[in-house]
Design a protein around this ligand. Structure first.
Ligand SMILES: CC(C)(COP(=O)(O)OP(=O)(O)OC[C@H]1O[C@@H](n2cnc3c(N)ncnc32)[C@H](O)[C@@H]1OP(=O)(O)O)[C@@H](O)C(=O)NCCC(=O)NCCS
Length: 171
């Protein structure tokens, strides 16, 4: 039991909601890498923090859950809104159906490109690569596939592109 508790502790960051400055320091210290100006609002939860890389100027809101078992990389100027979930693992279904044992996926990394906004309650599933920039993931979306286009709104379940935005500098 003691060993299990220690294992869980080692692989999770649980933050105290009140001490924001302390939380940022603790958070940064525990993840693989983090750029400057990270802002934490409330209390995100991270499993496998040693496999989480975050760029500069990112914002993470309360109740965000990141499972970085297969590696999660977040670019610069990315916002994760309240309750967003970034989940890079699950069970290997072929193996489960064939062998009858559950085995975790640990080779489906997630990438979230620069300037993206992940809306409240959105879920990003294992292996998703958001290589587009300025991608808006609508609240409650479930992202199952890669998003290569920039300046788009993806929404719904399964998430699809529902709107394209202009680049103001090119108008
Ligand atoms: C994405 C968002 C900002 C709207 O952006 P927008 O550019 O103004 O988009 P529009 O309102 O013009 O919507 C475009 C279309 O997408 C649909 N849409 C917008 N957001 C959607 C969502 N989250 N889920 C499903 N469909 C959505 C609209 O109904 C509309 O459909 P239509 O063309 O059939 O009428 C907003 O809907 C959203 O999801 N915001 C996130 C809020 C949030 O998470 N806040 C953070 C709090 S911590």
């Amino acid at each position: 039991m003691y060993k299990l508790k220690k294992w869980i502790k080692k692989r999770k960051i649980i933050l105290n909601e009140k001490k924001t400055e302390k939380n940022v320091l603790k958070f940064k210290k525990n993840i693989a890498s983090c750029g400057s100006n990270l802002q934490l609002f409330g209390c995100p939860e991270v499993s496998f923090p040693d496999k989480l890389n975050i760029g500069n100027d990112c914002k993470i809101n309360s109740d965000v859950y990141i499972n970085a078992r297969s590696n999660v990389t977040i670019g610069n100027d990315v916002t994760l809104s309240h309750g967003a979930k970034i989940i890079s693992t699950g069970y290997e279904l072929d193996y489960w159906m064939r062998v009858g044992e559950r085995k975790h996926i640990d080779d489906s990394p997630i990438y979230i490109g620069n300037h993206c906004w992940v809306g409240a309650g959105a879920i990003i599933l294992p292996g998703v690569n958001i290589s587009g920039e300025y991608v808006v993931i609508g609240a409650g979306a479930v992202v199952t596939k890669d998003i290569t286009e920039s300046r788009v709104l993806v929404a719904g379940n399964p998430a699809k592109i529902v709107k394209r935005y202009n680049n103001k500098n090119q108008e």
